[in-house]
Structure formats: structure tokens, C-alpha cells
Design a protein around this ligand. Sequence first.
Ligand code: BYC
Length: 477
Amino acid sequence: MTTAADYSEKIPNNVDLHEDRRLQRALESWQPNFLNWWESMGPTLPTQDVYLRTAMNVGRDGWAHFGHVAMRDYRWGIFLAERDPGRQIGFGQHIGEPAWQQVPGEYRSELRRLIVIQGDTEPASVEQQRNLGATAPSLYDLRNLFQVNVEEGRHLWAMVYLLHAYFGRDGREEAEELLHRNSGSADAPRILGAFNEETPDWLSFFMFTYFTDRDGKYQLGTLKESAFDPLSRTCEFMLKEEAHHMMVGTTGVDRVVERTAQLMVEKETDDAGPHGAVPLTVIQKYLNFHYSVSLDLFGGETSTNVANYYTAGLKGRWMEPRRKDDHKLGDDAIMVDAMVEAEPGTQSIGQIEVSALTGLNTDLRREYIEDCQSGVKRWNKILADAGLPHRLKLPHIAFNRKVGAFAGIEATPDGELLTAQEWQRRSSAWLPTDVDKTHVRSLMQPVHERGKIAAWIAPPRQGINGKPFDYEYVHLA
Ligand code: BYC
């Protein structure tokens, strides 16, 4: 197998699709359904073409091609990272055995579930972001939005390929379902909570690409360790594309904070709102929201699902090869966050010891939290460099949680327990209210002129692929 993609085929791929006519036909019959979905649920702003990157090669260098393309003609394809013929399973009860090239019968339904959940998030995010083009702050940002969107579309292709190639008829049915469920739908919503929330404005988009795409990074990182080699290789390549999405989120929030800080200093005020920027307090509320719903994406603090996935070899840990233990965890323990009864009859937030296996969602969530801290650190540096004493922070792990140990309680961003009544009364201080959202939306006046930028956000430090900020990244229709 070569690493370069074959673009002469109807479905570009590096998996020698032409050698398996049945699979090729099945995917070619899914393709028009995907395109229909893209037309009806994808980006709504009409464009002639967009300066996009397209994956050409999964090798180390020169893997992508940049050029202006009409989005409906984007070549969504199937790319897996190169196969390592000697790859061995790195953890769980099958450690040291050769990685699987086929799905073992006993793990079929669990593997399918993991692939379906992963696949479901990809088109969901495109649906959530579909109207953002109309309010883009610059052509540069517009191009980044569309780049993220086409690549999420490709990640859907990645999961659909696995379903079609390895799961027979039920895999094909699941692939159809991935196009039928829709973000926020009352009848057929997306599977995970965060993917049914709205992304109505660009601050939400940047927070989403910072916090929620970062969950993607960590989940893909654990699936990359999978004993099922085609899944591992698929995720490895997806992670490469995902890095750009993180960059969009990180620098997007940077630029919002930078502009707000500038105006706070210039106007000598704590509230940049009346001066056409997003108030820092509202940035904090958006952060609180996106961070807490993203924490939920890691599942419960304890989970027998995740213990079984690990032992079976389906889903590993973040940086599994670097962990210094037996990679089986049979006898190990971990402290996880939990509600505990410190005194009889009173619950408080604390920790309990559980087996390391059932605590694996907590292990992954902690890796994620540490990574999120680095964003907060850089945003606070922007504030400090502007000479401001204000700081942003991540809320407490128990804040606004709907999944796991804290789903049944309410807590402040500092981790103080609240009654439901107190929460009702006070939560508008911590989560975006309708008034906040309306203000943010009022700032979102589109700037679709080359080289110009909206007043609520600072320009980026760099353009894309060495092009300047005032490059014609998008030609509108
Ligand atoms: N919402 O045993 P538990 C991305 C369910 S993002 C609703 O603790 P588990 C991307 C759970 O299904 C990455 N339901 O869960 C980002 C279970 O149901 P059952 C996506 C939830 O299995 C941006 C029950 O509650 N990939 O790529 O240990 C843009 C008990 O839960 C939620 C993956 O997630 C929720 N938030 O962990 C584009 C990887 N959480 O079995 C893309 C694949 C839990 O009782 N998924 N439930 O019916 C997994 O690894 C795991 O399924 C989860 C949950 C981490 C999601």
C-alpha cells in the first residue's frame, strides 16, 4: 500500500479501494447521501470557492495541497496512516499480540459503538456551525470555519469507511443513521450532549474549537492506541488534521481577549461591552459553559464501559506507550472525584478510591483539564501584558455537570455546593444569559471584505500557508 491518495477515483483514497468492488460500490452509494446531507445541513453562506487544504499524502512531509476549491467539489476521501506490519497490541489482556486487521467477533458491538459515537460527533459539529458564515469577522476566519467543516466531513468519511469495510450490513445501516440524526433535533438528536447545543456566534465557535475539539483530540488519542489496527490508523491521521482545529480555537479566543483587553485599557474601563467588544465577564461565562459541557463528553468519573474497552484492547489511555506500568491495570487503584458523605447525612465534593480500570474516564479527563489550563494561561498572559489585573479561570470540575458524579448536584465555579434554588437564583452570573448572547450576537456584523476585520476581535498574527491576512481566502458567490 502507498501513502499517497489516488485522486483519479470517485472516492479519493489510500486504501486500494478499487481492489474491493463490493466495498467500493457500497461507499459510492453512500456518497450521494453524504453530498445531499452536506447541501442541506452544511454551510449556508453561498461561496464560489474557498482556499482549502486537501489531504494528499499521509506521510511525514508535504501531506496537504492548498488551493481555491468550490466546496461542493471538495474531494472528501479515505486516508489511513501508514501500516506498521509489526504493530503489537499495547495494553489490556491481549497485550503483546499482533494488532487486529479484522474485528474479533466478541468485540464487534463495542467497537461498532465506539466508532458510531465518534462518527456522530463529526457531522454534528458541521450542523452546529452551519450559519456562522453569515457573520464571519473576516475572510481569514471564514476560510478557517470552512476548513474545519470540510475536515469534519472527512472525519465522518473516515468512520463510515470503517463501518462499511468491517461491520457488514449493520455497519451500512449505522452509516445511514449518521446522516439521519441531526444536532438539536427533537426526534433524532446527536448522541452526546455537547453536540446538540447551539453554536450561534463566533465566540461560541472559538470556545467550541478550543474545548470541544480538544475532547476530540483526547478521544482520538485513545482510539489511536486501539488493537483494531484500521481504527488506530484512521485516528492517527485524523489527529493530524485536528491540530488545525485546535489552532483556530486557541488563537480565536486569544484574539477576542486581546481586543477586549485593548479596549479596557484604552477606555479605562472594566466593561468593554459598550465599546464594541465582548466584556471579559461574558468571555468567562462562555468559557464556563463550553468547558463544563466538554467535561461531560468524557463520560462518568467511574465507568464499567471504559474498563471493559481497556481490558479488551479497544480503547487505550492518552500516551499509552509512555505510561510506566503493566498496561493492564488489574491491581491498580486511582482516586476519582465523587460526592462523599463526610458526616452522616451531608454530602460534599471529595474523592474516592476505585480500581484504575473503572477510573479511566477520570484519567483521560485529567489529561484534558491540564491541557485546557494551558489555554487559560496564555489568555491570562494577554491580559497581564496589557497591564490588566483581571484573570480568566477554569471552573470547578463539579460546575454545571450533567453526566457523571456531579450530575445530580449544583456547584459554583469555585466548587461550593448549592441547593437547586440557589443555583436558579445565581447561575446567570456564571453562564451566558439571553442578554449576554444577544449582545454577543449584536457584535457579529459580517466583514466579508478582503483585508478587513470586525471591531470585536484582533487580527491574526499569521495567515494560512504563508499567505498574508489580506489574501483572498474566500470568493463569495
Ligand atoms: N452525553 O459509562 P459512561 C470529537 C452515556 S469529540 C450523552 O460513563 P462511557 C469532535 C454513555 O453512552 C470525541 N450521553 O460512558 C469534537 C452511557 O450510555 P449506555 C467523540 C452520555 O462509555 C468536535 C452512559 O451515559 N468521541 O471527536 O465510559 C468536533 C454511561 O456513561 C455522555 C468519543 O467520544 C454524554 N456526554 O464514556 C468534531 C469516543 N457521556 O452505555 C468532533 C467514543 C456518557 O449506558 N466514545 N453518556 O447506554 C467513548 O469513548 C465513550 O462512549 C464516551 C462515554 C467517552 C463518550
